[in-house]
Ligand binder design. Sequence first.
Ligand SMILES: NC(=O)c1ccc[n+]([C@@H]2O[C@H](COP(=O)([O-])OP(=O)(O)OC[C@H]3O[C@@H](n4cnc5c(N)ncnc54)[C@H](OP(=O)(O)O)[C@@H]3O)[C@@H](O)[C@H]2O)c1
Length: 227
Amino acid sequence: MKTLLARIFGKKTTMTNITIIGNGNMARGIATRALAGGQSVEILGQDAAKAQELARELGAGVTFGTTADAPQGSIVVLAVPFEAAKSVVTALGHTLAGKTIVDITNPVNFETFDSLVVEPGTSAAEEIAKLVPASSNVVKAFNTTFAGTLVAGVSGGRPLDVFVSGDNADANAAVSSFVSAGGMRPLVVGPLKRARELEGFQFVLMTMQANPEFADFNWDTGLQVTK
Ligand SMILES: NC(=O)c1ccc[n+]([C@@H]2O[C@H](COP(=O)([O-])OP(=O)(O)OC[C@H]3O[C@@H](n4cnc5c(N)ncnc54)[C@H](OP(=O)(O)O)[C@@H]3O)[C@@H](O)[C@H]2O)c1
């Protein structure tokens, strides 16, 4: 499908390092940083026209397709809601074999905005990891960076910290290198189960954006480690 669309719309297919699934705010933010770091980017959306629109906005060389296409990148970023991420990886199945899969989701219960939807003792990242081929590696990253700060590349005038957790050192290193190239600082904080704390802490940060006590917080804050 991607190749067909590329032909119809006259886009050239190029070697892709990073596939981003989704065409929303985080897809835009992560793609912006990836392109700043010299990566080649593919956008796969459930709606080809929306994926094409984001690809066009991002600039020349960005390819696009649908979530039915096999991802071309060695790193695949799931820039969709948690429930959708589970469906997407299940549908993509073996086409994800050997890939580094980046889970950015915050599994917040948006009905109550008072808890996560994952049980204590697990995380969205660990639940997604149960659904992917054994040869692929799930890495948690970017769940603490708000979309607008990724587009800007800074928060509070400082480069972004990107907390990374995962069980495979090579996959963590591949994501860290992508993060560094995009002008951000990767902080590898431990195994995939550290995603529990990263998701929990980001939930707190999200509630602060909606809390009138923090009137000047508007989804533009950053979680950073200073020294
Ligand atoms: N926004 C942030 O600042 C932020 C920060 C950190 C992490 N996150 C996480 O990043 C993820 C994406 O957030 P976002 O802000 O980018 O959301 P968004 O702007 O609403 O974009 C969501 C994307 O997911 C796609 N999608 C929804 N259901 C799908 C399905 N069943 N199959 C395939 N694609 C589907 C949407 O496609 P359509 O356009 O076709 O509907 C859209 O492209 C979420 O998991 C969120 O928790 C967000």
